[in-house]
Design a protein around this ligand. Sequence first.
Ligand code: F0G
Length: 456
Amino acid sequence: YKTIIEPFKIKSVEPIRFTTREEREVLLKEAGYNPFMLHSDDVLIDLLTDSGTSAMSSKQWAGIMEGDEAYAGSKSFYRFEAVVRSITQMKHIIPTHQGRAAEKILFSIVGGPGKYFPNNTHFDTTRANIEFTGSEAVDLLNEIGKHPEIRADFKGNMDIEKLETFIKEKGPENIPLCIITVTNNSGGGQPVSMQNIRETKAICKKYGIPLFLDACRFAENAYFIKIREKGYENKTPLEIAQEMFSYADGVTMSAKKDALVNIGGFLALNDDDLAMKCRNLLIVTEGFPTYGGLAGRDLEAVAQGLLEVLDEHYLQYRIRSVEYLGERLIAAGVPIIEPPGGHAIYIDAKRFTPHIPPEQYPGQSIVCELYIEGGVRAVEIGSVMFGKYDKHGKLIPAMMELVRLAIPRRVYTQSHVDYLIEVITEVYNKRNNLKGYRITYEAPMLRHFTAKFEPI
Ligand code: F0G
């Protein structure tokens, strides 16, 4: 049959609170035209992030009851460890409370001034944790990944030639490790091919540099490999994931994405000495190595979620529902990053509202209008988030002006998606009436979270 159904029945529901357009106009104004400041209860469809927003299964909830809360040696830890090991094949599995905690521990140990960390594209927290130690985080994304309008299968790939040139230029002794982020969140949720992971590994091996995967969305990446890369069509997502991890020496993971839980993460690695240092730091910052900042019940939920996320029916539904949203938006003329990514659709605000200059934050304008029009919460990924000022106080805009619609896992049904398509299309049809915004308050760092705006 051509209809791909949600591969689950709904056992527990969370009612949505409806608001009127007039109410939303007041609420958004009170929030300083920044949706981060809205109460989630005032949001109809919340696409702020796919992180920690998954719906858990009945088996995961059963695991919550099963959780062993022993301080040391909890049976929930051993179950978690066994599942993570069965997928990653890593020798040491270290739980953390979320992805950035794994990053913090890893980079505190291997980072420091004068060091460089190449990645296809660093996620913000990865970059921040690297730069916090005085090291430099460098993005070496393949050229095609930088062009929103070009369709290609693996736009998350590392630029292999640039990587080798970079290693020769900086010296392998100054590069403690190399990272591949799957899928490439900051570049539109685009996948990385197995061939690219293999080639990156070969370069790293040649220069004695360990390769780490930032594996938040590893299952989505595995499914893209299955449907797009020759030779993988008959492999299971688990087999593909295992091969991806087989090229890695370590993994950082935010379980809030592809482990289908609301909190959790881990660091996994093969090097005994590094693992010992990580565990020692873990005890200072997160907790004992058999719980690492989590409750035993959280470890149960992660273990179960990792099994469920590799189910082929789930992944087919997941990737297809995001693609469906993208297809319909393209058909309505809405400019998005093509092809649609695994966890999100990224609207290209430069093409959506060409009459609003970057200094007036076109992405923010679209985000505000989506909320007023249909109670939809999205996030600006453009000059509000990444803009800087020159010494005269003039804005240096971000490279791209995007609006991210991140889709929580197993939360919304097709009718929610159809509603979204209507709302976004309506905003697009009225795009010429959209106005720019100016910032009236901003914090010195990470301003997008708390900034206040007013319409121009
Ligand atoms: N790496 C990537 C690729 C991510 O997307 C994230 C989080 C992290 C690391 C950090 O993990 O949140 O558990 O500490 N991304 C979320 C997002 C916040 O909305 O894209 P964390």
